[in-house]
Design a protein around this ligand. Structure first.
Ligand SMILES: Cc1ncc(COP(=O)(O)O)c(C=O)c1O
Length: 1015
C-alpha cells in the first residue's frame, strides 16, 4: 500500500490533447484540485463542459471497471451521478502516455465544500445521501473493489500512525495520535461485527455537487469522484460524510448527528455501527490531517493540499471537541439505543439502588445521607418557569445563593437544588451559544454551623477519596459521587447502608454537599475542579461561604448525560424534578388541536415558557433576543403590569355599564396622548385590534350614512368579518383581492420603493401621483353611487415592514376623502403608541390628524385591550345602530392594566429609547448593506423597522426564501426575527421598546454573521 502519492505528470495542454485525440473534443482545460490524481475541467467552444480525470498509477483497470459498475448501480437507484463517457473507440478508459484517462459529464451546480453554514435540513440530506449510497452499492461486487488503499477505515488507525511523522509540530502530532488511539480503542472491539460492502468511501462535501433549492439553500445533489470506491465498512460511508460536514460550523460539531438520524432511517445502523460512527469520524479526521501533512511533504507544490490543511484541522478540532464517550452516547440516544456497552453488545442496566429503609430513607428527606438532620428540607425550583425567579431576579449573579439564604431565613434546615433541572439562573443574555443549564448533581445546602455526620445511603465500596469527597461504587456499575465533606473512610472500604462516611465541618456556610450518580468514565473530567478546589488548604481548601457548585451541561448534551448520570432523588428521599426538552411533543400536541389555518413560527419551534424584557427564554434556559413582540411593548414579564392585574382583579372587575372610576381615568389618559387641538374627545374600549378596526368601520358608516370604505392594497387590519373585509394582503389571504365585500374599494399601496410610483423620500411628486389616482377612484365611486364613508390605512405601512408613506401622501389623501364626505381612519394598532420614537402616533409622521384612530396591541402589554378614539359627533352616530357594549372592553381590570402600561412607558422613557436604539439599529443595518448585496431598502422609524431583502436592488426581486432561511439561522444564533410584507421578504424589527443598545448591536452582528456565512 502506498501512502502519499504524487499526482500523474500531466498538464493542462496534455489534457487538451487527450480530449481532442480520444474524445474528439476541442476544448480548453483548467486544472481542478485533487490530492493524488489529476482532474481537468474541459470547456468546448460551444460552452459544453466535461471533466477529464487522469488516475494515479495505483488504480488498476479492474478498479476502474468496478467504478463503472457502481455508477450503473447509482443510476438505477436514482442517485444522481456524473457518468463516464466513452472515447472515440467506445472504451470508457483511454490510455495516454501510460496513464488512464476518463471523461465524465460535468455536474452542474455549486460546490458544497465552499458553502459556509449548512442548515439542519441540508445536513439531514447528506445523511440520506450516504444511506442512498450504501443502499445502491449493497450488491455491487467486483474484483477491482477488493483493493488495499489508505482511506479504507479498517486500516485508518495504522495509516494515521504511519503518516503522523510528517506532522512537524510535536504537540499536534501527539493530539492526532492520541485521538486516533482512543477512537481505535472504541472501534476495535466492534470491528468484527461491522458490515462490509462496496462503499463510495469519499462521499464528502467535496465530492457532492450542490444545487440551489427553492428555499435558497444549497442541497447535496450529484455524487462525484469514485476514486476511493472499494469494499469497506458500511458505517464508514457515513463517518466520512460526517467528518466533511464538521468544518461548516466547527463550534457545533454535534449538529451533524442529524445526518446520522437520517441515515439510520433509510439504512438502519446496528448498535455496533452506531457506536462506531463517532470514533470513525474522529479517526477519519485524524487521518485527513496526517495525510495532508504527508502530502505536502512529498508534493510541496500541491496548492490544493496546502489550502485544505486548515479545513482538515478544523474538522479534527470539531470532531474531538466533545469527549468521544459523550458524542457516542448522544448518537445512541438519538437513534433510540438503550443500554451500556459490554464488548460488542449493548446491555440494559438497572437503575442505581435506592436508599434502604434501614439507612433512614423512611425517616424523611436527606435522612439517609444526613441522619442527624433536624427540621424541614426545602427544594428550590430554579427552572425556567419558577415563580421564585420573576422580575428578572434570575439575572443576579448570586441569584441561587439568595434563594438558598431566603429559604434558610424561612426556617429550612437544609435546602436542595435538584439534579436535572434546566436552571434559568444559568441562562445568558445576548448569547450565540446555548449555556450550560442542566445540573448533573443535586446540591444540598446546610446553614452554618452544621457538624453533621454523612452516611452511606446505599451499600457500596469506597472507590476513591479526596480531601472533600468520595466516590462510592454501588450496585449495577453505578458510582455515587458525594463531595463537600471530610471523609473518614479509605479507598477499598466496604460500607453498609447507613454506615458512617465522614462529617461536615462547622464552616459549611452555604456550601453543603453535591450528590450525583455516575456511570462510565465520561464524567471523569468533572472531578478536576473539585480536586483543584480541595488542593488549596489543609482542610480541603474550601473557604467558609465558598460554594463548590455543581457541574452542568448544555441542553444539546443532556440526552448523553442522562445516560451517564441518574437523579439522586430516590436516595435523598425526594421527588424527582428531572426535566427534558419536550418541545417536539408539545408541537405534536398543538398540531392535534390547532386549526391548520393558524400560523406557527419556525420549522422546528423551541418551547418558550418565559419572557423577560426584550428576551424570550425556552424551556432549556436558552435565551433569545426578541425582535418581534411589539405587543409586549414594555417588555415581557413587566412587574408593573403584573401588579396592576393582581391588585385590580382581587378588588373589582365588572363591565362598563356600571359606574367606576377607572374607565374615565384611562380614557382621559389616552386622550391626553393626542396632539394638541386634535378635536378627538371620545374613547370606546374593546379587546383587540380587530375589534377596534371593526368598530371604527361601523362608526364611519354610521356617522356618514354611507357604506363604501377605501382600503389600501397589501394591508392587514384584522380577522373579524369587517376588519377582514379591509384586509387586502394577498400574502395573508391569496383570495384577498378577488373576494372583498362590495362595500370595500381597494386603492393602490403608496410604496415608494416598489410600488407603481417610486422615488426618493423628498420627492413630493410620488405622493401626488398616488393621491391623483385615489382622487380618480373617489370620483368614480361617487359616479357609481358608492359615496365613500371612510378611508382606512396604517399611518406607516406596518404590514409592508414599516414603509414610511411618501411625503405629503396622507395629507393630500385625507383632504380628498374629507372633500368627498368621508372620514379618515388611522390604524395605529401596530405603529402607534410610542413605537415611532420621534412621535407617539404614526400619523404624526405625516403631520395629519385622523377622524378615527384604532389602537390595540401594546396597550395592555399582552393583556387584551383595544380601543377607538374619535370625536363625540362621530361616536354618537352609533346610536342609530342601537346600543354599543363589549362585555370585557374597558372593564376596571383592563383600564388598570392600560394605565400601568402608560405609567411604565413614561417612567421608563420607552419612546425616547425607541428613538435612540432605533437609530442605532438603522445605522447598523445601513452599514451591513454596504457589504451585503442582499439588503435592499431599510424601512421605518424608531423601533418599527424593516430590512427588505432583495436579489437585485434594481429589479427589487424579493429574496423571500432567503429571508425565511436567514430567520431560521438567526434563531439558532439567539435572535428571534421574522418576515413580513406581501412578499415575505422583509425582516420585521418591532421589538419591545426596552430593547437595549447591547442587544441591538448583538442582533446586527448576528445578521452580519448569517449574511457572511450563508444560511
Ligand atoms: C395594523 C393592524 N390592525 C389590526 C390588527 C388586528 O389586531 P388583533 O390581532 O389584536 O385583532 C393587526 C394585527 O396584526 C394589525 O397589524
Amino acid at each position: 500500500m502506498q501512502r502519499g502519492l504524487v499526482r500523474p505528470d500531466v498538464c493542462a495542454t496534455d489534457a487538451e490533447l487527450i480530449a481532442s485525440a480520444h474524445y474528439g473534443l476541442e476544448a480548453s482545460a483548467i486544472e481542478l484540485g485533487s490530492n493524488q490524481d489529476r482532474n481537468y475541467l474541459l470547456t468546448s467552444s460551444d460552452g459544453t463542459k466535461h471533466v477529464l480525470r487522469i488516475d494515479n498509477e495505483v488504480f488498476t483497470d479492474d478498479a476502474r471497471d468496478g467504478q463503472h459498475a457502481a455508477l450503473d448501480a447509482y443510476r438505477s437507484a436514482g442517485v444522481p451521478v456524473a457518468s463516464v463517457l466513452p472515447g472515440l473507440d467506445d472504451a470508457l478508459t483511454q490510455r495516454w502516455n501510460g496513464f488512464a484517462a476518463r471523461l465524465s459529464e460535468f455536474a452542474e451546480g455549486e460546490p458544497l465544500v465552499d458553502a459556509g453554514y449548512l442548515a439542519p435540513g441540508v445536513i439531514r440530506e447528506f445523511g440520506a445521501l450516504a444511506a442512498a449510497s450504501v443502499n445502491a452499492l449493497r450488491s455491487v461486487q467486483h474484483p477491482g473493489l477488493d483493493r488495499d488503499h489508505m482511506w479504507d477505515m479498517r486500516v485508518a488507525h495504522r495509516e494515521t500512525h504511519a503518516l503522523a511523522p510528517s506532522i512537524a509540530d510535536e504537540g499536534l502530532r501527539e493530539r492526532i495520535l492520541g485521538a486516533a488511539d482512543a477512537a481505535w480503542q472504541a472501534v476495535a472491539p466492534l470491528a468484527e461485527t461491522l458490515p462490509v460492502q462496496t462503499i463510495h468511501g469519499d462521499l464528502t462535501d467535496d465530492n457532492v455537487m450542490g444545487r440551489r433549492g427553492d428555499d435558497s439553500r444549497l442541497h447535496p445533489h450529484t455524487v462525484l469522484d469514485l476514486g476511493d470506491l472499494a469494499y469497506g465498512w458500511r458505517v464508514a460511508e457515513l463517518s466520512v460524510t460526517l467528518s466533511s460536514l464538521l468544518h461548516h460550523e466547527p463550534s457545533r460539531p454535534l449538529r451533524v448527528i442529524e445526518a446520522i438520524e437520517e441515515f439510520h432511517q433509510d439504512a438502519a445502523l446496528s448498535a455496533a455501527e452506531a457506536r462506531a460512527v463517532w470514533p470513525l469520524t474522529v479517526l477519519r479526521a485524524a487521518l485527513l490531517v496526517a495525510s495532508g501533512h504527508r502530502q505536502l511533504e512529498i508534493d510541496g507544490e500541491n496548492d490544493y493540499a496546502r489550502e485544505r490543511i486548515a479545513g482538515e484541522q478544523a474538522i479534527f478540532d470539531a470532531a474531538t471537541a466533545v469527549p468521544l464517550e459523550v458524542a457516542t452516547e448522544l448518537v445512541l440516544a438519538s437513534l433510540g439505543y438503550q443500554g451500556v456497552a459490554v464488548g460488542a453488545e449493548l446491555k440494559l442496566v438497572a437503575a442505581p439502588p435506592t436508599a434502604l429503609p434501614a439507612a433512614g430513607a423512611d425517616a424523611g428527606p436527606l435522612r439517609a445521607l444526613l441522619p442527624g438532620l433536624v427540621g424541614e428540607v426545602a427544594v428550590i425550583d430554579l427552572g425556567v418557569e419558577s415563580e421564585l425567579l420573576d422580575a428578572g431576579t434570575w439575572l443576579l449573579p448570586d441569584a441561587e445563593e439568595r434563594l438558598v439564604e431566603q429559604a434558610f431565613r424561612e426556617g429550612a434546615a437544609a435546602v436542595v437544588l435538584p439534579y436535572g433541572v434546566y436552571r434559568l439562573t444559568r441562562g445568558e443574555m445576548n448569547s450565540v451559544d446555548e449555556p450550560k443549564t442542566w445540573s448533573l448533581n443535586s446540591e444540598i445546602f446546610l446553614p452554618d454551623p452544621t457538624p453533621l455526620q454523612v452516611c452511606a445511603p446505599v451499600p457500596a465500596t469506597v472507590e476513591s477519596i479526596w480531601p472533600r469527597g468520595v466516590v462510592l461504587e454501588a450496585a449495577h456499575g453505578w458510582r455515587l459521587v458525594i463531595s463537600g465533606f471530610f471523609p473518614d473512610v479509605a479507598s477499598g472500604d466496604i460500607v453498609a447502608a447507613g454506615a458512617h462516611l465522614g462529617h461536615l465541618a462547622g464552616d459549611t456556610s452555604l456550601h453543603g454537599l453535591t450528590v450525583g450518580w455516575r456511570r462510565g468514565d465520561a464524567w471523569a473530567g468533572e472531578i478536576t475542579p473539585l480536586a483543584q478546589a480541595t488542593a488549596q488548604g489543609e482542610r480541603g481548601g474550601v473557604q467558609a461561604g465558598q460554594r463548590l457548585g455543581t457541574s452542568l451541561t448544555t441542553p444539546s448534551l443532556v440526552p448523553a448525560w442522562r445516560r451517564f448520570t441518574y437523579d439522586p432523588a430516590a436516595i435523598l428521599g425526594l421527588e424527582s424534578h428531572t426535566q427534558r426538552d419536550e418541545s417536539a411533543d408539545e408541537q405534536l400536541r398543538r398540531e392535534r388541536i390547532f386549526a391548520s389555518a393558524q400560523e406557527r413560527y419556525y420549522e422546528r419551534p423551541m418551547q418558550i415558557e418565559r419572557g423577560w424584557q426584550h428576551h424570550l427564554i425556552d424551556t432549556t434556559g436558552r435565551t433569545y433576543v426578541d425582535m418581534v413582540n411589539n405587543v409586549a411593548g414594555l417588555g415581557h414579564g413587566h412587574p408593573g403590569v403584573a401588579d396592576a392585574v393582581n391588585r385590580q382583579i382581587r378588588v373589582l372587575n365588572t363591565n362598563s355599564r356600571f359606574l367606576y372610576r377607572e374607565l374615565a381615568e384611562y380614557s382621559e389618559r389616552l386622550l391626553a396622548k393626542l396632539p394638541a387641538g386634535s378635536g378627538l374627545d371620545t374613547v370606546l374600549l374593546v379587546n383587540s385590534g380587530s375589534e377596534a378596526v371593526d368598530l371604527a368601520l361601523r362608526l364611519a358608516q354610521a356617522a356618514t350614512g354611507r357604506k363604501t370604505v377605501v382600503a389600501l392594497r397589501e394591508a392587514y387590519h384584522g380577522w373579524t368579518m369587517a376588519s377582514d373585509g379591509v384586509t387586502t394582503s394577498a400574502f395573508d389571504n391569496p383570495y384577498a383581492l378577488s373576494s372583498r365585500p362590495d362595500w370595500v374599494h381597494i386603492a393602490d399601496v403608496p410604496n415608494r420603493f416598489r410600488g407603481t410610483y417610486r422615488g426618493a423620500a423628498e420627492d413630493r411628486s410620488v405622493a401626488a401621483r398616488y393621491a391623483a389616482d385615489l382622487s380618480v377612484d373617489l370620483d368614480r365611486l361617487a359616479d357609481e353611487g358608492r359615496d365613500v364613508a371612510g378611508f382606512i390605512c396604517e399611518s406607516v405601512l406596518g404590514n409592508a415592514g414599516g414603509v414610511l408613506l411618501p411625503g405629503g401622501y396622507l395629507a393630500e389623501v385625507y383632504r380628498l376623502v374629507r372633500e368627498a364626505g368621508g372620514l379618515c381612519i388611522a390604524d395605529e394598532v401596530q405603529v402607534g403608541f410610542g413605537r415611532m420614537g420621534s412621535s407617539f402616533w404614526g400619523f404624526e409622521q405625516s403631520g395629519v390628524m385622523p377622524d378615527i384612530i384604532t389602537i390595540a396591541k401594546p396597550m395592555g402589554n399582552g393583556f387584551p385591550i383595544g380601543g377607538v378614539i374619535t370625536s363625540k359627533e362621530i361616536a354618537d352616530g352609533l346610536a342609530s345602530q342601537g346600543q354599543f357594549f363589549a362585555s370585557t372592553g374597558g372593564n376596571p381590570l383592563s383600564c388598570r392594566v392600560g394605565m400601568a402600561v402608560l405609567d411604565a412607558m413614561e417612567n421608563e422613557g420607552l419612546q425616547a429609547n425607541a428613538e435612540r436604539v432605533g437609530k442605532r439599529l438603522i445605522a447598523g443595518f445601513t452599514k451591513l448593506a454596504e457589504r451585503h448585496e442582499l439588503i435592499g431598502p431599510i424601512h421605518g422609524e424608531g423601533l418599527y423597522l424593516g430590512v427588505e431583502l432583495v436579489r437585485d436592488r434594481e429589479t427589487m426581486e424579493p429574496a423571500t426564501a432567503e429571508a425565511n432561511a436567514i430567520c431560521e439561522r438567526l434563531r439558532e444564533l439567539g435572535v428571534i426575527v421574522l418576515t413580513t410584507s406581501e412578499r415575505s421578504n422583509v425582516l420585521k424589527v418591532k421589538p419591545p421598546l426596552c430593547l437595549t443598545e447591547e442587544s441591538a448591536d448583538f442582533v446586527v452582528a448576528q445578521l452580519d454573521r448569517v449574511l457572511t456565512e450563508g444560511w
